[in-house]
Design a protein around this ligand. Structure first.
Ligand code: PLP
Length: 416
């Protein structure tokens, strides 16, 4: 019943009972994935948005090889190392304001867990044990672990299915109209004493539906958070590292969160790495004579030296080419070439921001069939729910990008 290569494998987000025969990747370069059978696919999504400079970037590979011979791993408890020191300093310099205190982990979900833990303990350390709830928004996605599921969109986080397991949080509509802003303020007036933090993916809510919102909403949230004494957390795991056109999405709103989470493109698409970065005053809230006030967290592979060296190299690569120009020409080209999809039946909306393009359909009746059709066109595009999207690497050529946009048009046209 299962394809032989799947005998011992449990795939993510997959009903294993009826999944497609898997394709097997052998190698990568640039924006190309080479399969075992020799077929080549142009990658439209940069391996879940990680490979920002394309695959196998020579500078990253060279740096990691050097680190591999020197020290592939060392525990981070009680001992530190140069790649982590350099990376923390580099991130603090790149981030706005005094987002200076970097806590490393090995996945995006864990970095969000750490952010939530920091937020709750920040108040606990002031003897406030009722300020422990999180506000998050419909359409949001923050990970798959128990605590992060509870702050995802109710459907994405399967709040109903897991209602007896995941903690209760406040998941409410994004205040993107004046009416909803009034409701939001009313909500805060009623509940602010119990709320530790507001959590949002700035500008683009990614895996929850590729929804865009304006920078004004982030300014509104900053204002309310300050007024009601609530922390503001930006999850820039998807939006960070140039994806929306600025290096961090928060720059476009001129808003500085109290805590920010980073992962995905952090290591240039090579290794598992994430970071939770806090402002100085948050960090200072953990300083005291009591061990009880310390942050009790420490993933075994946190700050892995290979991953940190990859991230340092990836940040250096950003200085080696004009990534900003690259992102805006990708944006322009996707806008232009996807316009033709407007005439197709079943297309509900087309939106582009930075190196993110979304063709939203009214419905996708058979996702598996759509996925196979893209592979048959030699492109790697993974529609989900009613969304077909592109998040290519910034180094993709315009010919490759045209192949992607044309295949979206062709496949949707064939299908509907
Ligand atoms: C992917 C993602 C996460 C989860 O990261 P993992 O590394 O998959 O645990 C959290 N937040 C956002 C915005 C993401 O895009």
């Amino acid at each position: 019943m299962f394809h032989s290569t799947l005998k011992n494998i449990w795939l993510p987000y997959t009903q294993m009972n009826n999944c497609n025969a898997p394709i097997v990747a052998k190698a990568t370069h640039g924006s190309t994935i080479i399969l075992n059978d020799g077929a080549k696919l142009i990658d439209g999504i940069a391996s879940w948005w990680t490979a920002c400079h394309g695959y196998n970037h020579p500078h990253i590979i060279k740096t990691v090889k050097k680190q591999l011979e020197l020290m592939p791993h060392i525990m981070f408890g009680g001992i530190i190392h140069q790649p982590a020191i350099d990376l923390a300093k580099h991130l603090a310099n790149l981030l706005p304001g005094d987002l200076n205190k970097v806590f490393f982990s090995e996945s995006g979900s864990v970095s969000v867990e750490v952010a939530l833990k920091i937020a709750a303990q920040f108040w606990l350390n002031q003897n406030n044990n009722i300020k422990n709830k999180i506000i998050s928004f419909h359409g949001g996605y923050h990970g798959d672990t128990m605590a992060t599921m509870a702050v995802c969109d109710p459907e994405e986080g399967m709040h109903n299915l897991f209602k007896n397991i995941i903690p209760h949080q406040y998941n409410i509509p994004l205040p993107d109209t004046s009416e909803k802003q009034k409701d939001f303020i009313q909500f805060l007036e009623k509940h602010h004493k119990t709320i530790a933090a507001i959590l949002i993916e700035p500008l683009i809510q990614g895996a929850g539906g590729m929804l865009f919102h304006s920078p004004e909403i982030l300014r509104f949230l900053r204002k309310q958070a300050d007024h009601f004494e609530i922390l503001l957390i930006f999850d820039e795991i998807f939006t960070g590292f140039g994806r929306t056109g600025s290096f961090f999405a928060c720059e476009q709103a001129d808003v500085i969160p109290d805590i920010i989470t980073l992962s995905k493109a952090l290591s240039g698409g090579t290794m598992a790495l994430a970071a939770t970065i806090a402002k100085e005053y948050i960090f200072n809230g953990f300083l005291s004579d009591s061990d009880q006030h310390a942050l009790m967290h420490g993933p075994t592979f946190m700050a892995n030296p290979l991953a940190c060296s990859a991230a340092n190299a990836s940040l250096e690569v950003f200085d080696q080419y004009n990534w900003k120009n690259a992102v805006s020409s990708i944006e322009r080209q996707m806008k232009k070439e996807l316009t033709q999809c407007k005439n197709l039946k079943n297309v509900k909306d087309i939106r582009v921001k930075g190196a993110v393009a979304v063709v939203e359909l009214y419905n996708i009746s058979n996702l598996n069939r759509l996925k196979i059709k893209f592979i048959q066109q030699n492109v790697w595009i993974r529609p989900f729910r009613n969304i077909v999207y592109l998040t290519p690497s910034f180094t993709i050529t315009s010919e490759e990008l045209s192949l992607l946009t044309n295949s979206i048009y062709d496949v949707i046209k064939q299908e509907y």
